[in-house]
Design a binder for this molecule. Structure first.
Ligand code: PSU
Ligand code: MN
Length: 313
């Protein structure tokens, strides 16, 4: 009934109960320019394989939900200029209409959970936009984290957002926000922010245990793992702050709203930083892919220990 297809690698991993890491596709179609978008997508998949898990890039192509993209499909998607940006609201509509679209964090979580995938790596989640008190622009990623049990590894929320309000909404919704190896909540292009992270863990195995503990308690919703960008790759917050302010002011002046806001800001910052923001974005996604693969392996190990006879999930 659901038009759904798995890549050959993901099918095999599912059959043997091997660890899988989901990847979103909006970052490919709306978050980065060609050809860096394809290079990023390929190297993120390679990084996940190098750390013992199978990558599952998720997208809707001609109405079919793909869990894992074959190499040619990945390249076609990266070249596509008219893919829709799919969140919770649009996923079923796009599939029913036979359309092609890239999944945001929210839609990727839905698809990953449907396919029994526990862990998902991205760059930065959407959140509460600056000026949300008048625009009401709050990403559907936050409510998805509150209801869909997938652990999302990101580099914090994109610093174009209102980070204090983003953390408040996550807290209200019962989403554990766990900084990896530091006390500060990371700010995407910058490793730290002035905000303390609500929770901290220094060990991926603990993240895996907490993921399974939530499920055992019957708690809906996922975990947000905030993995700081490596210091060598970061752009200091002081450098980014005025550029972010300029990009946000331009978005407001040009009346950019809704789904267009995040892609507009990312592309303006690419120009304003002369490409540095993109380099940092690629570095942090790779770093997140690595951690996600390790967490996925830990979850698989713990599951097999609990139920050794059950090979598949
Ligand atoms: N992370 C990145 N680049 C991106 C995104 C995340 O490094 O482009 C995308 C994700 O798909 C996320 C979306 O779900 O931006 C948020 O969009 P919005 O603010 O409209 O909810
Ligand atoms: Mn929005």
């Amino acid at each position: 009934m659901i038009p759904l297809t798995f890549s050959a690698d993901v099918s095999e991993a599912r059959a043997t109960g091997a660890p899988i890491v989901a990847l979103e596709s909006t970052i490919i179609t709306h978050g980065m320019p060609w050809p860096q978008n394809l290079e990023m997508a390929q190297s993120v998949e390679a990084e996940i394989r190098a750390h013992g898990a199978t990558p599952a890039t998720i997208a809707v192509i001609d109405g079919t939900l793909h869990i894992g993209l074959e190499a040619d499909a990945l390249e076609t998607l990266a070249r596509t200029e008219h893919a829709a940006k799919l969140s919770r609201a649009d996923l079923a509509v796009c599939m029913a209409e036979g359309g092609t679209g890239a999944t945001t964090v929210a839609a990727t979580m839905i698809a990953a959970h449907y396919a029994g995938i526990d862990v998902f790596a991205t760059g930065g989640i959407g959140g509460v936009h600056q000026g949300a008190e008048t625009s009401f622009d709050i990403s559907a990623d936050l409510s998805e984290l509150a209801q869909t049990p997938v652990s999302v590894v990101c580099a914090g929320a994109k610093a174009i957002l209102d980070l204090p309000k983003t953390l408040e909404v996550l807290e209200t919704n019962g989403v554990p926000v766990i900084a990896y190896g530091q006390d500060s909540f990371p700010a995407f292009w910058s490793a730290t922010s002035p905000l303390p992270a609500p929770l901290r863990m220094d060990d991926p195995a603990t993240m895996a245990r907490a993921h399974l503990m939530r499920a055992a308690l019957g708690l809906p919703g996922g975990q947000l793992i905030a993995n700081p960008i490596p210091q060598a790759d970061e752009i200091p917050a002081e450098t980014m702050a005025p550029l972010i302010a300029k990009a946000n002011a331009e978005a407001a002046a040009q009346g950019i709203t809704g789904k267009a806001v995040t892609p507009f800001l990312l592309s303006r910052l690419f120009d304003l930083t002369e490409g540095r923001s993109l380099e940092a974005n690629i570095a942090l996604v790779l770093n997140n892919a690595r951690l996600a693969a390790i967490i996925a392996r830990e979850i698989t190990t713990l599951r097999k220990r609990a139920a050794p006879e059950a090979l598949s999930r």
